[in-house]
Design a protein around this ligand. Sequence first.
Ligand SMILES: *Cc1c(COP(=O)(O)O)cnc(C)c1O
Length: 325
Amino acid sequence: MQTDYMYISKCSENGDFETGQLTNFQDIQLSPSSGVLNYGQALFEGAKAYRRASDGKLLMFRPEENAARMMVGAERMCMPCPSTDQFIDAIKQTVLANRRWIPPSGKGSLYLRPLLFGSGAVLGLAPAPEYTFLVFASPVGNYFKDGLGPLNLYVEDEYHRATMGGAGGVKSITNYSPVYKAIKRAKSRGFSDVLYLDAVNKRYIEEVSSCNVFIVKDGKISTPSTKGTILPGITRKSIIEMAPDLGFETEEKCIPIEELLEADQVFCTGTAVGVATVGSVTYKEKRVEYKNGEGLVCEKLHSALRGIQEGMVQDNRGWVVEIDS
Ligand SMILES: *Cc1c(COP(=O)(O)O)cnc(C)c1O
């Protein structure tokens, strides 16, 4: 859904971004030979702003992590990057300008989409001479309340999302449309999304199209380690950091598909989905169903994380930033 304002700032070859401006949400002009259109030189980010139930204050969750991830991605894609301060300021300005679009507490959030792209004209294969940092926003509903329920994943062994040495570990726009084909095929067969395997052995689980994956076995939580082919999710990192407080042991390791199929529970994490239960995984012709519902590990982590993000539970880690104080 379109909102009223967006934030935009440009940067020329010297590497400094100008002071950004809020403008009405509108189309942007690009040269047909811009770096982003021709060579996909661009990154995106995703974050959410929530309204706290107790006092209506607006909250962001670990925005400095989004800023840091964009910096790592910008280095990989040979782009200059706004500073952490400018990044967070841009998000804050965009949220405040669009505050009338933020759903009431518990009903959803305002999704923020920062973009960094090569907007300058370049015909030869090289980094663009000008960059644009833009933030726009859209209200989004509550993933679960919208009735999506547990995810049914299809394990893809033909198409791959990322390879060693590629850009799978950063939020480069080039990682997404190449898997539309796999997602489309899975959806046409009734699955919710695709679970990718490593491209070398076609055996180790990596992640889902836009979220990370965890398994639970005998009360122990594990997730594939990020070694360049997996996007290091902020939700993933937060779950790893908070699980011990809830009494769970966590481990990052290589997880062969067989181990996933024998797990007690499986769940996904991401800004869009939060912590989402996986109801089934289908690998080749085999469909495995998992437990889900009240009292399970996934449900406990989901409630604990949501409680912090939406300001209902005390935040002892300084993860939550009030943006209208
Ligand atoms: C954005 C993204 C995630 C989740 O990251 P969060 O920071 O938790 O939102 C996971 N996998 C991919 C491929 C992504 O693009």
